[in-house]
Design a protein around this ligand. Structure first.
Ligand SMILES: Cc1ncc(COP(=O)(O)O)c(C=O)c1O
Length: 426
């Protein structure tokens, strides 16, 4: 049964609506590493939806936890002194896992929400510790930090900032792979003016760009030296994608703030969390009369149903040993893709750090056809593979439950999809 009628008012994110209308792919069911469309066709969800279905789809444990919570307390806010049991428990668990002991946890509705929270907390921290001029934010070229105000400004994918008028500033960007350039920018702007540096451990949406060896340690140290807050955006990297709880904890660094979302509930219910090192949160926790209040927070911050999903998700990760799999599977994934490097349509394969990868088309393929990535995504779909389009190629970030069968699907299906693409382009 086809459920889509042309002219449906549903407006999709990041979509050419003229092309999408009448051509929607309606996903109707999910189980494990697979989803089905409304034609009954099964696909390997090689992207774990949008980098988040880390335990796959259709886990009964989550359904149960969510429905029990809905029956007990379906909603209640966290403003002022209100709390709820799932939010208290999830905050304790996330804090206990965080690289910096005693971290505080501020919940939001998703990744962009907690990125904007991080930007405001950074500025507010300096404001309330006598350095109100420290407001400048630094991002990286190709960085992606969601589509709210600060995240759009700090993100380094230029096209995503076009057409929205003035964005929050001051903000600047440094090359994603150069710690030296970060230090030069901090010195150039003046360390006394810079509040925070935003850094994905592995850049996701901007192309699956791996950090050079030593980069993460170097930027963390540069931030520490110049009293610039180091914000690790682990919205993709967290919850096993890089084989650790947060992703950034693969490196011996202690970020001032960590943002997570997506995998915290396996994407089942929207939730984000900002993890704040105690020294950064300290001005707000002195307990002294007149201490500052963070006048910020979303209606659904710490929503009990979302946090119940989060607690059930953490249980699943622990029980099924899923967190280390992001590291265990990084080499098998790189091996499964290695053969693609020799394909005439392929420019570059990037893999080997965490269970995610990207394959770029060769520059001459774009030169000949600007829509080549979209056509390749289609061709992969014909092979039963759902892939994420990037500017130059396709990305994948399969569920952490994927195994040899699914890696074989990639190893055999992707070359075939490229052959299909070659025929289409011929
Ligand atoms: C690294 C990173 N940060 C932030 C976000 C924004 O998260 P959300 O889409 O949940 O707002 C994303 C989304 O893909 C992301 O990849």
């Amino acid at each position: 049964m086809v459920t889509e009628q042309p002219g449906n008012p549903l407006w999709h994110p990041f979509a050419d609506m003229g092309a999408v209308d009448g051509d929607r792919m309606v996903i109707t069911r999910g189980e494990g590493s697979y989803v089905w469309d409304d034609q009954g066709t099964r696909y390997f969800d090689a992207t774990a939806s949008l980098w988040y279905a880390n335990f796959g789809h259709g886990r009964e444990e989550i359904t149960q936890a969510v429905s029990e919570q809905l029956r007990k307390l379906d909603s209640y806010n966290l403003f002022g002194y209100y709390a709820n049991e799932p939010a208290l428990r999830l905050a304790e668990r996330v804090s206990a896992l965080a690289p910096t002991p005693g971290s505080k946890v501020f919940f939001g509705s998703g990744g962009a929400d907690v990125i904007d929270t991080a930007a405001k907390v950074a500025r507010a921290h300096f404001f309330h510790t006598g350095r109100p001029e420290k407001v400048h934010l630094i991002g990286r070229t190709q960085g992606y930090h969601g589509t709210h105000g600060f995240g759009t400004a700090v993100g380094g994918i230029a096209a995503n900032a076009v057409g929205f008028g003035p964005l929050p500033g001051p903000v600047s960007h440094v090359p994603y792979d150069s710690a030296e350039e970060l230090e030069a920018e901090i010195v150039g702007v003046g360390a006394d003016k810079v509040a925070a540096f935003f850094c994905e451990p592995v850049i996701g949406a901007g192309g699956v760009l791996l950090p050079p060896d030593g980069y993460i340690e170097a930027v963390a140290e540069i931030c520490r030296r110049h009293d610039v807050l180091f914000v690790a955006d682990c919205v993709i990297a967290g919850f096993g994608r890089l084989g650790t709880w947060f992703g950034i904890d693969r490196w011996p660094v202690q970020p001032d703030m960590i943002t997570v979302a997506k995998g915290i509930t396996g994407g089942t219910i929207p939730l984000g969390a900002l993890i704040v090192a105690p020294r950064v949160a300290e001005p707000f926790f002195t307990g002294k009369p007149g201490a500052p209040i963070l006048r910020h927070g979303a209606t659904y911050a710490g929503h009990p149903v979302a946090c119940a999903a989060g607690n059930a998700t953490l249980d699943l990760y622990e029980r099924d040993g899923l967190i280390p799999r992001g590291r265990e599977l990084e080499k098998p994934l790189a091996d499964a893709l290695a053969g693609l490097a020799g394909h005439p349509l392929v420019g570059e394969v990037r893999a080997g750090l965490g269970f995610l990868a990207a394959v770029d088309l060769a520059p001459e393929v774009f030169a000949a056809n600007a829509g080549a990535v979209g056509l390749w995504q289609r061709a992969a779909r014909e092979e039963g593979l759902l892939m994420r389009p990037l500017a130059k190629g396709l990305a994948m970030s399969p569920p952490l439950i994927a195994g040899d069968t699914e890696l074989d699907l990639l190893a055999t299906g992707l070359p075939r999809s490229l052959d299909r693409l070659a025929k289409t382009l011929a």
